[in-house]
Design a protein around this ligand. Structure first.
Ligand code: KG4
Ligand code: ZN
Length: 372
């Protein structure tokens, strides 16, 4: 079975063909994976402009799908089913992929399956590694999300915790912007961090130490039976503020949000690298501390990390080293499957199709949606 996956939730127009192999250890094979990135277009604005993103998806979608079919050496008649990101994401962007997939499914007379974007990120781990020991604790860490899931069996995703404010990738992008590193800042900050001293600047480790005025929603309360309720929750906005304070003390003119510094003012290149390294140390330690702790409490037999920030060099190295030390196998997708792509959406679609599920043609794009 060949599934054509389509992903347009943010600023990447992506299409891919993934085939079912029926081999138990490695049930899926990626036949193509095409991504048209809009990053050069949005860079000028310092972030994604939703209206521009959806118009660009419209321009790119046909060519990207044709290329994915061509690379997979497939014709339309070889497509057995379609999978498309339904949400969460930018609704105008999502609509382009959803409308395209529904129209293709209707004209081909093939099933279409609506996919949750984060289910796609989780399945990128299975697409890369085949089967992994379950239950697994999976951290999805991207520009829009920092969420921890328990995967008790294949295709089942139970939300265990998430960020209370900024996503980790968002914090990366905002701090990079303050340092004049451009957009998207995560990869640039990661590169500079490797040259800096990660102990140079004292930054607070985000934690919840006070009685909770904003307790987690009821759906999150029962999953972790032991320990404080917020054991698997994250928060990054305080860390970002601590970086702002440090920069202000060093004389950097930090704007109120709208202004985009083009450089880090009085900071020398080595001081910028030190800020990057120190920030990266705290983010990675926080992400891994909570994820390994939750994995232990949940009795997980493996740990997965997916989403754009899983491309981070220190997160990858430290996670694998800690997993080896603690005897917990760690699985991370290849860099090409870490950031947004359609192969992961095809894989998540295959997961649902294998359970006999598909979607009626009246489903719609959803800016926010629960995983199911
Ligand atoms: O998963 P993704 O492509 O899109 C969302 O679903 O959000 O993630 C994009 C995010 C951006 O915030 C980007 O800065 C971050 O992933 N990112 C990184 C790295 N590569 C991408 N963050 C830190 N280090 C990296 N190497
Ligand atoms: Zn994503």
């Amino acid at each position: 079975m060949n599934v054509l996956g389509i992903e347009t939730s943010c600023d990447e127009t992506a299409a891919a063909v993934v085939a079912a192999t029926h081999e138990p250890g490695r049930p899926w094979r990626m036949r193509s994976n095409v991504i048209a990135s809009q990053v050069e277009i949005h860079r000028e604005w310092g972030g994604v402009v939703p209206e521009i993103a959806s118009r660009q998806h419209l321009r790119d979608i046909c060519g990207v799908v044709e290329r994915a079919l061509h690379d997979a050496e497939c014709g339309w008649s070889d497509v057995d089913a379609l999978a498309v990101t339904q949400g969460p994401g930018l609704v105008g962007s999502l609509l382009v992929g959803v409308a395209f997939a529904k129209a293709a499914a209707a004209s081909l007379g093939r099933p279409v399956v609506a996919v949750h974007h984060l289910a796609g990120h989780i399945e990128s781990i299975f697409l890369e590694h085949g089967t992994i020991p379950l239950p697994a604790a999976v951290l999805v860490v991207s520009g829009g999300h920092t969420s921890l899931y328990l995967v008790p069996e294949v295709g089942v995703y139970r939300l265990v915790g998430r960020t209370r404010d900024d996503a980790a990738g968002e914090a990366y992008d905002k701090v990079a912007k303050l340092l004049g590193l451009g957009y998207p800042g995560g990869p640039a900050l990661d590169r500079l961090a490797r040259q800096g001293n990660d102990q140079a600047i004292e930054l607070p480790t985000p934690r919840f130490t006070h009685p909770d005025r904003n307790p987690p929603p009821a759906d999150l309360r029962t999953v972790l039976s032991a320990g404080p309720e917020h054991v698997a929750e994250f928060s990054f906005s305080g860390l970002k503020t601590a970086v702002v304070r440090h920069l202000q003390q060093r004389g950097v003119a930090v704007g109120t949000g709208l202004s985009v510094p083009t450089d880090a003012g009085p900071l020398s290149p080595s001081e910028v690298a030190d800020v990057c390294a120190s920030f990266q140390r705290v983010v990675v330690q926080t992400l891994l501390g909570r994820t390994f702790d939750a994995a232990r409490r949940l009795g997980a037999r493996s740990l997965g990390i997916a989403g754009g920030v899983s491309a981070n060099s220190r997160l990858r190295t430290d996670a694998l080293a800690r997993g080896a030390r603690e005897g917990l196998p760690v699985f991370i997708p290849a860099l090409s499957l870490s950031t947004d792509n359609a192969a992961m959406i095809a894989a998540a679609g295959l997961r649902r199709l294998e359970r006999g599920e598909s979607s009626d043609l009246d489903f719609n794009a959803q800016a926010t949606m629960a995983i199911g």
